[in-house]
Design a binder for this molecule. Structure first.
Ligand code: AMP
Ligand code: GLY
Length: 429
C-alpha cells in the first residue's frame, strides 16, 4: 500500500513510525514532514493548502491512502477534493470538520444530540457579550473564539477582568481575525482532563487508549499554554464505567448526529473531556489525532494500525476479519523538549546532539519523535518551538518514567527546556 501522511510534527512522526511497521506498506510519503520523518518516509516539500495541486500529485504517485494529521487542511476541504477524484482519505470532509473548525457549530451540535457539555451562550456583537459577562458577575468563566486559532483562542478566566480582556482581544482587537467574529462564553468546569480518540468510518467506531496531555509550559501546570509539553497513556482517571459512558454518551451520539445531517465522517473523533468523579463533559472535539497524545497512544497498540485507517477511509470498519486494534496493558510517557523562550520567542537553527548515541545504543521501548527539526548542511538543528517528543513505554509507570528521563538526559541543544513532572497525576495513583 502506498501511503501519504500530511503534516510535519511529532504526531505525524509517530504515525509514520507506526505505519512503517506495517507489512502492508510498500511506500510512505510525507508532506512536508521533518528531519525525523525523513528517516522513515520520502518527505516532499509541498503546501497542503494547495489542495488541487497536492491531489494531482497524489494521483500521479498512485497513493492508496492519505492520512491527514493537522486540522487546517481538513477544515479547508482537502479530504473532499481528494475524494472527488476517488482517492481514499483518512480524515473527515469540510462539513464534518466544523466539529473542530467552529466552536459555535460544535456546541449547537452537542446540544442537538444530547452530548454533555458546559452551559454556554454565543455572541456576534462585542457590546452584548460584555453586557452578558458583567451580568454574570465576578466568578470564573471561559471565553472562546469561534474559529481556528492555533490552540490560542480559549481563555479560562479567573475573574471578570480577565474575561473582558479576552473578549476585547478576540472581538475588538481581532487577534485571531475572522475566527473571532463570534465567541462562545461558557461555564468553567472543574476536574481532570482526558483525551479519548475513536477511529470511525461514519457508522462504527473503535476506541483507542485514553491519554492526558500537559498544556501549560511550567511544572505544576503553571504558566502560559503551549501546543503540549508532554503526555501519558492510559489516563487512569478514565475508569471502565466512564469509558463506557464515553462510548454511549459521546461517540454514538456524534455519529448519529452526523448521519442525521447526511455527513459521512471518516477519520478520528477526538473527544477532549473533563472528568469530575463520575461526571463527564465534553470540552472540545477535534477531527484529527491529538498532538502529543498520539505519541503515547500508538506505542501501546500491539496490532497493525494501517488496515484500520484504510478500512475507516473506505467506509467499512466492521465487520472485519482482522483482530481489533489491541492495546498492551502498559504505560507510555512522552516528554517534549522545547526551545528556550517557547511559547514566546525562541531561536531556531540550534544544533542538536546526543541522538546518534541513543540510536547506537538502540534502546528498546524508546522513540524520539521529531516535532521541529531540520537538516542544515547535513547537521540536525532545531526549527520550531517544540523540538522533540522523547517517548518511552514499559510495564509500570515508574519504569517508563525512568526510561524516558534517561533518554531525555542524553539529548542536548542550547536552551533546551522540558518539564520534569510529566505524568504527575499518574504518579500519585
Ligand atoms: P478547547 O479548545 O475548547 O478544548 O479549550 C482548550 C482548553 O481550555 C481545554 O483543553 C481546557 O484546558 C480549557 N477549557 C476549555 N473549556 C473549558 C471549560 N468549560 N472549563 C474549564 N476549562 C476549559
Ligand atoms: N493535545 C491537544 C490537541 O491535540 O488538540
Amino acid at each position: 500500500m502506498r501511503v501519504l501522511i500530511i503534516g510535519g510534527g511529532g504526531r505525524e512522526h509517530a504515525l509514520a513510525w507506526k505505519l512503517a511497521q506495517s507489512p502492508l506498506l510498500t511506500e510512505l510519503y510525507c508532506v512536508p514532514g521533518n528531519a525525523g520523518i525523513s528517516t522513515l518516509a520520502r518527505t516532499v516539500n509541498r503546501d497542503p493548502a494547495a489542495r488541487e495541486e497536492l491531489r494531482d500529485w497524489a494521483l500521479e504517485k498512485k497513493i492508496d491512502l492519505t492520512v491527514v494529521g493537522p486540522e487546517a487542511p481538513l477544515v479547508g476541504g482537502l479530504a473532499d477534493s481528494f475524494r472527488e477524484r476517488g482517492l481514499k482519505v483518512f480524515g473527515p470532509g469540510r462539513e464534518a470538520a466544523r466539529l473542530e473548525g467552529s466552536k459555535v457549530w460544535a456546541k449547537n451540535f452537542m446540544v442537538d444530540n444530547g452530548i454533555p457539555t458546559a452551559d454556554f451562550a454565543v455572541f456576534d456583537q462585542p457590546e452584548a457579550a460584555h453586557r452578558y459577562l458583567r451580568r454574570r458577575g465576578p466568578g470564573p468563566v471561559v471565553v472562546k473564539a469561534d474559529g481556528l486559532a492555533a490552540g490560542k483562542g480559549v481563555t479560562v478566566a479567573d475573574n471578570l477582568e480577565e474575561a473582558e480582556q479576552a473578549l476585547t482581544r478576540i472581538m475588538e482587537e481581532r487577534a485571531f481575525g475572522e475566527a473571532g467574529n463570534r465567541v462562545v462564553i461558557e461555564e468553567k468546569l472543574e476536574g481532570e482532563e482526558v483525551t479519548v480518540l475513536a477511529i470511525t468510518d461514519g457508522r462504527e467506531f473503535i476506541v483507542l487508549p485514553s491519554a492526558q496531555d500537559h498544556k501549560a509550559v511550567g511544572e505544576g501546570d503553571r504558566g502560559p499554554n503551549t501546543g503540549g509539553m508532554g503526555a501519558y497513556a492510559p489516563a487512569g482517571v478514565l475508569t471502565p464505567e466512564l469509558a463506557l459512558q464515553v462510548e454511549q454518551r459521546v461517540f454514538k451520539p456524534v455519529l448519529a448526529g452526523m448521519q442525521a445531517r447526511g455527513i459521512d465522517y471518516r477519520g478520528i473523533i477526538y473527544a477532549g473531556l473533563m472528568i469530575n468523579r463520575d461526571q463527564l463533559h465534553v470540552l472540545e472535539f477535534n477531527v484529527r489525532f491529538g498532538d502529543p497524545e498520539t505519541q503515547v497512544i500508538l506505542p501501546l497498540l500491539t496490532t497493525d494500525l494501517l488496515p484500520w485507517l484504510d478500512r475507516a477511509a473506505a467506509g467499512c470498519l466492521k465487520p472485519s476479519p482482522l483482530p481489533a486494534p489491541a492495546a498492551a496493558n502498559r504505560h507510555a510517557v512522552c516528554v517534549v523538549l522545547a526551545s528556550g523562550g517557547y511559547p514566546g520567542d525562541y531561536r531556531v537553527g540550534v544544533p542538536i546532539s546526543g541522538l546518534e548515541a541513543r540510536e547506537t545504543a538502540a534502546q528498546e521501548e524508546v522513540a524520539i519523535f521529531h516535532a521541529g527539526t531540520a537538516f542544515q548542511n547535513g547537521e540536525l538543528v532545531t526549527s520550531g518551538g517544540r523540538v522533540l517528543g522523547v517517548t518511552a513505554w514499559g510495564d509500570t509507570m515508574e519504569q517508563t518514567l525512568a526510561r524516558v528521563y534517561r533518554a531525555v538526559g542524553q539529548i542536548k541543544f542550547e536552551g533546551c527546556y522540558y518539564r520534569r513532572d510529566i505524568a504527575h497525576r499518574a504518579r500519585k495513583e
